[in-house]
Design a protein around this ligand. Structure first.
Ligand SMILES: Nc1nc2c(ncn2[C@@H]2O[C@H](COP(=O)(O)OP(=O)(O)OP(=O)(O)O)[C@@H](O)[C@H]2O)c(=O)[nH]1
Ligand SMILES: [Zn+2]
Length: 210
């Protein structure tokens, strides 16, 4: 896996394919934003818009700073001394923001992330960090859900992982079909939460109880 540190180029999970070179000069991005401003019909040189290309460049660097991070590194520090605890660990309703790769519109929602540890547990904040590491990229919700689950599965090697995401898509509210109040739900279950009906029922109850 390769990581881009100076641009907005998505990481291709298949490292055998090389993507375009990242943009290192913010000037190129400023120029693109100026073009967009002109294209809307406004004047990029009027006072209110003069600094907008620089602001938008900084903002998008922040929205997409997940490309600078391998979320797996958040899971490298684990604790194996947890006093015999061998039940589900669940972090529920973690708020996040991402952007859809089709329209660059915001995806706003919450994620619930759980795992059933085998030997190792991780500091609980790290689950939210893994979420943000993948959310702060251009995404579709299905891939975001799968990436979080796979990352925990591959790095903590637990008995099971469950991820449920509920989100609203700006591309469906602010434009296009303009359907407000709709939530998209996605889930990915691995290990016992996928294969064992009792574990699956237990995690679904915990994730959805009030
Ligand atoms: N499955 C999935 N679809 C998404 C996600 N985010 C946005 N989309 C959809 O991606 C689709 C892109 O469809 P296109 O027909 O190529 O684009 P479009 O003409 O702008 O589509 P409309 O949104 O229907 O106007 C739309 O149906 C979006 O609702 C996501 O996370 N998952
Ligand atoms: Zn979209």
């Amino acid at each position: 896996m390769n990581f881009v540190t100076a641009g907005f180029v998505p990481i291709d999970e298949d490292s055998s394919k090389s993507g375009p070179e990242p943009l290192s000069a913010p000037q190129e991005v400023h120029h693109a934003i100026r073009t967009l401003l002109r294209w809307t019909g406004d004047d990029p040189d009027r006072e209110g818009l003069r600094d907008t290309p620089a602001r938008v460049t900084r903002a998008w660097k922040e929205y997409c700073n997940g490309y600078e991070i391998d979320p797996a590194t958040y899971l490298s520090r684990t604790f194996d001394e947890v006093g015999g605890y061998d039940e589900i660990v669940l972090l529920r309703d973690i708020p996040f923001q991402s952007h859809c790769e089709h329209h660059l519109a915001p995806i706003t929602g919450t994620a619930s992330i759980a795992y059933l540890p085998k030997d190792r547990v991780v500091g609980i904040s790290k689950l939210a960090r893994v979420l943000n590491g993948y959310a702060r990229r251009l995404q579709v919700q299905e891939r975001l859900t799968a990436q979080i689950a796979d990352c925990i599965w591959n790095n903590l090697k637990p008995h099971g992982v469950a991820v449920i995401i509920k989100a609203s898509h700006g591309c469906m509210t602010g434009r296009g079909v303009r359907t407000h109040g709709v939530t998209m739900m996605t889930s990915k279950m691995l290990g016992c939460f996928r294969d064992d009906p009792t574990s699956r029922r237990e995690i679904m109850t915990l994730m959805q109880s009030q």
